[in-house]
Design a protein around this ligand. Structure first.
Ligand SMILES: O=C(O)CCC(=O)C(=O)O
Ligand SMILES: [Fe+2]
Length: 341
């Protein structure tokens, strides 16, 4: 039977230890280890989750094509130096039909990165005059989501009966990604053959086309602001697809494969997809992530099989570069830690 995604008020996570906080931790852990999806509401920064405020972030999609192309990544424009941050254009032959931008922590934090690591490269941005106020808006949104990520990270630690600070050092200087996505309607007359099984599914007896291919997120936790338009679905424990409806003031929250591995499977990285709605769709995922050089090692959890420690950056590069918007760049970064043979 399809169980709905639970909406959890998380205000208590931002306060001192309390019974309310313990109850919230327990509900979050139940969602994380059950369906692997929840919706969160009542948190500092939730005033961002209105149509008017989201529109300030999504303004970038109104830029002329030529301005967006200046932000393209190397795999889409060989004259560019950025390979990991920046613009990904529509790819008409791919099952995921979307365009957008990936932004890193430089949006919100002034860090001196002399790193030669593409995972730490700066985000290419539109000129301030092209979109007045947009840079400040994305910086403020990034900080708000990072604070929610921090609160959920500590809640997960407590929910696993571990010290609440156990992950703190790994997330100091994290490389979370703020992504803005637009899914236009597919042009039925584009001449692209979308008759293959990866392009459509039967849902509730209706054929629906796919605009976001089924996947699990690679990171720790994803905080997703949907812009009022349906289409997101999650796979429940019975293998059925259930809708994750948008609601103002809430974030859809799903847990990623890093956390699943880290917890020996106690937390579930749930597969999800996007089916085409009747209008264009926008969404704003924030992928909450550790620092690039965090060493991910087994946690002291009863029953969880230990694993060989690895560096977050090495894991992320391998996972992220399998996605279509990152295709063709895997060879540009070598693992920083050689695998034990
Ligand atoms: O657009 C959505 O609602 C989902 C996006 C998503 O799953 C992703 O970017 O990982
Ligand atoms: Fe996702």
């Amino acid at each position: 039977m399809a169980r709905d995604i639970e909406t959890i008020g998380i205000a208590a996570l931002f306060g001192p230890p309390s019974l309310a906080r313990e109850r919230t931790d327990a509900r979050i852990m139940a969602a994380a280890s059950g369906i692997g999806f929840m919706a969160a509401r009542d948190f500092p920064g939730d005033d961002w989750l209105t149509p008017q405020k989201r529109a300030r972030l999504l303004e970038i999609f109104s830029l002329p094509e030529a301005e967006k192309q200046k932000l393209l990544r190397w795999n889409f424009d060989r004259t560019k130096k950025n390979v990991y941050r920046g613009w990904f254009p529509l790819q008409p032959t791919a099952a995921s039909y979307k365009e957008g931008i990936d932004m890193g922590p430089d949006r919100a934090h002034a860090r001196t990165t002399s790193s030669d690591d593409p995972l730490c490269e700066p985000t290419p941005l539109p000129a301030e005059q092209a979109l007045p106020g947009w840079r400040a808006a994305t910086a403020s949104y990034y900080l708000a989501m990072e604070a929610v990520g921090n609160a959920l990270m500590r809640s997960v630690a407590r929910g696993l009966d571990l010290p609440e600070t156990i992950f703190d050092a790994d997330f100091e200087g994290g490389i979370s990604t703020l992504r803005l996505i637009r899914y236009p309607l597919r042009d039925a007359n584009s001449g692209i053959d979308t008759s293959g099984p990866e392009f459509s599914v039967i849902h509730k007896g209706e054929t629906r086309s796919i605009i976001g291919r089924e996947h699990a997120d690679s990171g720790f936790v994803t905080l997703l602001a949907q812009d009022g338009v349906e289409g997101l679905q999650a796979k429940n424990l019975a293998g059925e697809w259930i809708d994750v409806p948008p609601a103002d003031g809430t974030l859809a929250v799903n847990f990623g494969q890093l956390l699943e591995r880290w917890t020996g499977g106690r937390v579930r990285a749930t597969r999800h997809r996007v089916i085409a709605p009747k209008t264009a769709r926008y969404s704003i995922p924030f992928f909450y992530e550790p620092r690039v050089d965090a060493e991910i090692a087994s946690l002291p959890l009863g029953g969880a099989a230990p694993f060989e420690p690895f560096l977050y950056g090495d894991y992320l590069w391998e996972a992220a570069t399998n996605f279509v918007e990152m295709s063709g760049i895997k060879h540009l970064r070598e693992p920083r830690r050689a695998k034990a043979s």
